[in-house]
Design a protein. Structure first.
Length: 293
């Protein structure tokens, strides 16, 4: 029987999850070039659902997805639609690596929102880390300096805020819901909500995008399973900071697929944000993962 905690395996699962999520985001960026943001949110939810349902049937069975608190599922789905929609809008206009550098501010937002929504206490050192991380975002955005300070940059920040709020919601959901129920109903409700909002601007699906949609769904499902496995096998404070390795993957994908690389300010800002995030994550007593943007 596999031990409950295995740091080596946990790290391997997390690194695999991050790599696969990077491929998923590359597929999402390609789709965002042809479809409106809400339609991309629909494709994100619907394409992963068959794979996730297969995982549920093979592991826990359908009883595991019976919801207990519909209100939290609906709230998290609404946040997910906002998160994916804003992220898809930004991906059409920004390199993956720039979007990732900004989205990495999420742990700082989670810490701040935990004070407001859950009544948790954050000491002065953690508040300082939050402030430093937000300063790193300004380095990436470069207001007045021709950087990512644009509607697309702000949309990534809104996506990060929705992601952070959803993470806090997951902490409440985890008290009554199974992980299978949280993943399945998130995808179902996001697909339904995104689909309804996409109707006014609907673009007919192109046959040549079928493989991208399939890749989006498969990679999203596999990465979510790998992420769950990583947190089952390892301590959150050790596993969560490995998410920042995603910046290396998306920088490579930016170069391979779009022949672009982030400028020096993006790397400097990302380094500041990552340092602050690692400090916070290493001191979180628990870390609840939301759906990756």
């Amino acid at each position: 029987m596999e031990p409950k905690h295995n740091p080596g395996r946990a790290a391997a699962w997390m690194l695999a999850a991050v790599a696969i999520f990077s491929l998923m985001d590359a597929a999402m960026k390609q789709l965002s070039e042809h479809y409106p943001p809400m339609q991309v949110a629909l494709l994100r939810g619907a394409s992963s659902l068959p794979f996730v349902l297969a995982w549920v049937l093979g592991s826990a069975g359908l009883r595991a997805i019976v919801p207990v608190r519909w209100s939290l599922h609906l709230l998290r789905a609404a946040l997910g639609i906002a998160m994916i929609g804003c992220f898809a809008y930004a991906l059409k206009r920004l390199p993956l690596s720039t979007a990732y550098a900004i989205i990495f501010v999420s742990p700082m937002l989670v810490a701040a929102l935990s004070v407001l929504l859950l009544g948790e206490k954050v000491g002065p050192r953690r508040w300082l880390a939050i402030a430093v991380g937000l300063a790193g975002v300004l380095v990436v955005l470069r207001p007045g300096g021709g950087g990512a300070f644009s509607p697309a940059g702000w949309m990534v920040l809104l996506s990060a805020l929705a992601y952070a709020t959803a993470s806090v919601t997951v902490r409440l959901q985890a008290r009554t819901e199974t992980s299978q129920a949280m993943v399945v109903w998130f995808l179902v409700l996001m697909a339904l909500g995104g689909g309804l909002l996409a109707i006014p601007d609907w673009v007919p699906l192109r046959a040549e995008d079928a493989w991208r949609i399939a890749a989006l769904g498969l990679s999203g499902a596999l990465a979510q399973v790998a992420l769950t496995r990583a947190f089952q096998l390892g301590e959150a404070s050790m596993v969560a900071p490995l998410e920042y390795t995603g910046l290396l993957w998306v920088a490579a994908l930016d170069w391979l697929l779009w022949r672009t690389l982030p400028g020096t300010p993006v790397w400097i800002g990302a380094a500041i944000i990552i340092a602050s995030g690692v400090y916070l994550l290493r001191r979180e007593p628990a870390h609840a993962e939301s759906e990756h943007p």
